[in-house]
Each structure stands twice: as structure tokens, then as C-alpha cells.
Design a protein around this ligand. Structure first.
Ligand code: OFO
Length: 185
């Protein structure tokens, strides 16, 4: 039921309002695809969390698990936006995520590559919204544009630290403790 409408309400004003809010088919399909990308990100980070858990790096496992939770929230944001604009959510299949990495550095480098991939998808969505003249979608996507800058920065910082740490076990333990303090979940 549209926001502000009473149960059973059926008036032309209501229908006109609903029509004005409807999401276009192209943007709807692209947003559904993005739900899949965000849910896939959550799945990947949960798998990385399990990898770190197996290595006994609890702090990194925690960091990845919090990140998986963030990605789930991103998927829900797209879900809610489709519903709020009277579209139809379609959940697509998720593939099996990678489960082994060569090292913590390798896992975080992969996370960085993944975020760059997602940034590209958000930029594609923005281009589509603008092409379709869907300013509500463009406005909604601004939050994600900023979020991607933040996410890439966070992961780059960890990659840089891991590169500096190299083979130093003590420094790795210290970084693990720091990453274990990430808020969330
Ligand atoms: Fe949803 O931001 Fe990372 O992938």
C-alpha cells in the first residue's frame, strides 16, 4: 500500500500518486541486479570471515563479518527502494563465493578489487538513472557513491598496513586486534 493511503482507499488521486512514483522497468531490473551484487558481497565477506576464523585471526574475522552485515544492509536498501516505488523485487541466484586465499594480504587485496567492481556497478546505475531521467533514483544512488569512496579507502588502508607488516607475526597480531575493534554486529 502506498505511503499515506488508508486501507481500502480507492480514489483517482491515490492512483495518480502511485503512477508518479512507479519505478521504470530498466531501473527496476538494474536495482534487482544490484540487490544480487550486494548480497553476493555479503556472501563473499562472510566467506572471508570464515577463512580468517580458520587461521585464528579473530579480529580480521570480526571485521569481515561486520562488512558482510553492511553489505546485507545495502541489499535491503535497494530492496526497500524498489518496494517504495511500487516495483517488483526479484531475487536472483547467488554463486558460491571463493573460500581460500594465499594470505591475509591476498584476502584484503581481493576485497579491494571487489569494492572497485561494486563502485563500477554503482556508477553504471547512476548513468542509467540519468539517461532515464529518473531523478529519484539518482538521488537515492548518491548515498552509495559516497559509501563506495569510504569502503575503498578503508580497505586500501588495511592493504597498505598488511604490505608494511610483511612477515612480522607480532605486527600482524596487533593489526588483528585493531580490526577486532570495528563497531557493528
Ligand atoms: Fe555494498 O559496498 Fe561493498 O560491496
Amino acid at each position: 500500500m502506498p505511503r499515506g493511503a488508508m486501507p481500502g482507499e480507492s480514489c483517482s488521486r491515490h492512483e495518480a500518486w502511485k503512477g508518479a512514483q512507479m519505478i521504470g522497468k530498466k531501473v527496476e531490473a538494474a536495482f534487482n541486479q544490484q540487490i544480487n551484487h550486494e548480497a553476493g558481497s555479503a556472501y563473499l565477506y562472510l566467506s572471508a570471515s570464515a577463512y580468517f576464523q580458520a587461521l585464528g585471526l579473530e579480529g580480521m574475522a570480526h571485521w569481515m563479518r561486520v562488512q558482510a552485515g553492511e553489505e546485507r544492509k545495502h541489499a535491503f536498501k535497494f530492496y526497500d527502494e524498489i518496494v517504495d516505488r511500487s516495483g517488483r523485487v526479484e531475487l536472483l541466484a547467488l554463486g558460491k563465493p571463493k573460500m581460500e586465499w594465499k594470505s591475509p594480504l591476498d584476502a584484503f587485496k581481493d576485497a579491494y578489487k571487489h569494492e572497485v567492481f561494486i563502485t563500477g556497478k554503482i556508477n553504471d546505475l547512476m548513468r542509467l538513472a540519468e539517461k532515464e531521467g529518473d531523478y529519484a533514483a539518482a538521488e537515492f544512488l548518491h548515498w552509495f557513491v559516497n559509501e563506495q569512496v569510504e569502503e575503498e579507502q578503508q580497505v586500501v588502508r588495511i592493504v597498505q598496513m598488511l604490505e608494511r607488516i610483511g612477515d612480522s607475526g607480532g605486527a600482524l597480531v596487533m593489526l588483528d586486534e585493531e580490526l577486532g575493534e570495528r563497531k557493528g554486529e
